[in-house]
Design a protein around this ligand. Structure first.
Ligand code: HEM
Length: 554
């Protein structure tokens, strides 16, 4: 008996010593490997507070001290931040295969969203399959061109809706707000501490998973309606064989014999379609608003845009998408706005697939990676006079945002680059078509409030009944240049007759279906002081096949 006891004690001691040695060895290993520099962190929380309320800015400041490759510990999550064009090229070109995974975030576990998602899903055979389907079946020049007239129609419809909503709000003497999809509000505006401190996941301390679950359920239900209608059409034999769209492709897909060998599950198809809505709506509207805001601040650039439009398009017709090639200044404005205000300043965080030697530093598997596209777009090493809005810098330059020029990466680069920059361009073009239209006259007006959020350039659009004004915190340090437009609160203001702000608002919703979604989301939001007007109410009660037609784009 005694010998058994001493055997157990000895074994226990031996195991404990072995474990301690093992842990020490691991730490020693980490210490002997060169890690990127970074600020010291607090116990448990690490560097969470170093991010501040505007992480892209805080990180840019840290770059001054620690250089373009920075290491942070956010709770238990090792994080690396890339902040120069050179380092981004190394990461997204030379080491893309090691960094093309996404970090699984807690809110995306709701309704198994992550399993069906392209944008936040893990790098996997499923991801490869859906990505390929998007490139081959959706984001083709032909598909985008074929749907030009639909976008035109949608924009016209939106202008009407906005007019109705504004009129209704004015009649009631209230302020109306058009808020972006709350689905992404929830995700993007607030960092989730449960991602950094996994033991908090159970408690969901900020209620983010709960809110996401609620909003996601509603969104998925709406999109499921589209899918069901299409399946009904199949049953009735009403589908148009020659005019297949992306939803048809997803429903009919039966595997590619390579990465995926079966049909895509119904639940995942719904997630993919939903994702196309919200990945493309706020990004595009934020980019549009920033471009307009910069132009409003730069009357000279605005004048040039108008002159170019008048010259190429003339007074009497709307801009067509085919005009875009002949509008180099307009294209330069779009690039310049995206340089200064990338819609997703830190891109979508990557996750390291394996231990990697990156620019002489050891980056361990499962490290989260931010690429600060915002800081890179303002880096004096890449850009002359980086803080000035100067579209001319792109005239005669080959620099583009398609992922090959790492000083300009608002759409990312590499395997996980945004699936679209062509459609965005088409939408921008439509925006400019609206710019050309005469702004409504009269005493009614609106205020456009752009607020930075966690990721930096999410915006809130608000309509009021006094005058057009724009509050751009980003621009306030430079507001003295525009004193004639600055009010006592530091808001930039523009008289109704001279401002195309209303037209920008008309572009805020990319598609009526998105409008339906966002109205569904915002209807019970406490800050929303405008209730759906007659027009939006009508829109929410679509006839049975209307939703499906809209997704397809009839
Ligand atoms: C101004 C417009 C847009 C901007 C600035 C933008 C920006 C981005 C960025 C920064 C990423 C992450 C790239 C990376 O990790 O390297 C991304 C990914 C993505 N975007 Fe966009 N985007 C825009 C429009 C759109 C549109 C219109 C759609 C769809 C219709 C879309 C769908 C997606 C999807 C599905 C992904 C995930 C790709 C993947 O992980 O494989 N985006 N976008």
């Amino acid at each position: 008996m005694e010998s058994i006891c001493s055997f157990l004690v000895c074994s226990g001691l031996f195991l404990a010593i072995a474990m301690i040695l093992c842990l020490k060895g691991k730490n020693l290993g980490r210490r002997t490997k060169k890690l990127p520099p970074g600020p010291p962190g607090w116990p448990i929380i690490g560097n969470i507070f170093d991010l501040g309320t505007e992480p892209h800015r805080a990180l840019q400041e840290l770059k001054l001290k620690y250089g373009p490759v920075l290491r942070l510990r956010l709770g238990s999550m090792d994080t690396v931040v890339i902040q120069s064009a050179k380092a981004a090229a190394q990461l997204l070109k030379n080491h893309d295969a090691s960094f093309c995974d996404r970090k699984p975030l807690d809110v995306f576990t709701c309704h198994n969203y992550r399993d069906g998602s392209l944008a936040v899903g893990r790098f996997s055979p499923y991801w490869r399959t859906v990505r390929r389907l998007c490139s081959v079946e959706m984001m083709t020049v032909k598909r985008i061109n074929d749907t030009a007239s639909i976008r035109r129609k949608c924009i016209d419809q939106m202008i009407r809706n906005i007019e109705d909503d504004t009129a209704a709000a004015n009649a009631r003497g209230v302020r109306g707000e058009f808020t972006p999809l709350s689905l992404s509000n929830g995700i993007q505006r607030t960092p989730n501490v449960a991602d950094f401190l996994p033991f908090l996941k159970w408690f969901d301390p900020q209620g983010l998973r709960r809110n996401m679950s609620r909003d996601m359920a509603r969104a998925l239900k709406i999109v499921e309606g589209f899918v069901k209608e299409r399946l009904e059409e199949y049953k009735l034999g009403n589908e148009e064989k020659n005019n297949k769209d992306f939803l048809d492709t997803l429903l009919e897909f039966e595997g590619d014999g390579k990465d995926w060998h079966e049909k895509i599950p119904y639940e995942r198809i719904i997630i993919i379609i939903l994702e196309m809505f919200f990945a493309g709506s706020e990004t595009t509207s934020a980019a549009t608003e920033w471009a307009m805001a910069e132009l409003l601040r730069k009357p000279e650039a605005m004048r040039k845009v108008k002159e170019e439009l008048n010259e190429v398009v003339g007074e009497n017709r709307n801009v067509e998408e085919s005009d875009i090639e002949k509008l180099p200044y307009l294209q330069a404005v779009v690039k310049e706005a995206l340089r200064l205000h990338p819609s997703v300043p830190l891109l979508v965080p990557r996750n390291t697939m394996q231990d990697t030697n990156f620019m002489g530093y050891h980056i361990a598997k499962d490290t989260q990676v931010f690429v600060n596209a915002w800081a890179i777009g303002r880096d004096p090493d890449s850009w002359e006079d980086p803080l000035t809005f100067k579209p001319e810098r792109f005239l005669g330059s080959n620099i583009d945002y398609k992922g090959q020029n790492f000083e300009l990466i608002p759409f990312g680069s590499g395997r996980r680059i945004c699936i679209d920059s062509g459609l965005f361009f088409s939408l921008e073009k439509i925006m400019w078509a609206s710019v050309r239209r005469k702004v409504l006259t009269g005493s009614k007006s609106a205020s456009l409030v752009l607020e930075r959020s966690f990721l930096g350039t999410q915006s809130n659009l608000a309509l009021s009944s006094r005058s057009y004004s724009i509050a751009l915190k980003e621009m306030l340090p430079r507001r003295s240049n525009n004193s004639q437009y600055v009010d006592s609160r530091g808001y930039l203001r523009f008289p109704v007759g001279s401002s195309p702000v209303r037209e920008v608002i008309s572009c805020f919703r990319v598609d009526p279906s998105i409008s339906i979604l966002s109205k569904a989301f915002s209807s019970d939001r406490p800050k929303t002081s405008i209730s759906p007007s007659k027009s939006s109410a009508t829109e929410c009660q679509l006839p049975p096949n209307e939703g499906a037609r809209r997704v397809r784009g009839d």
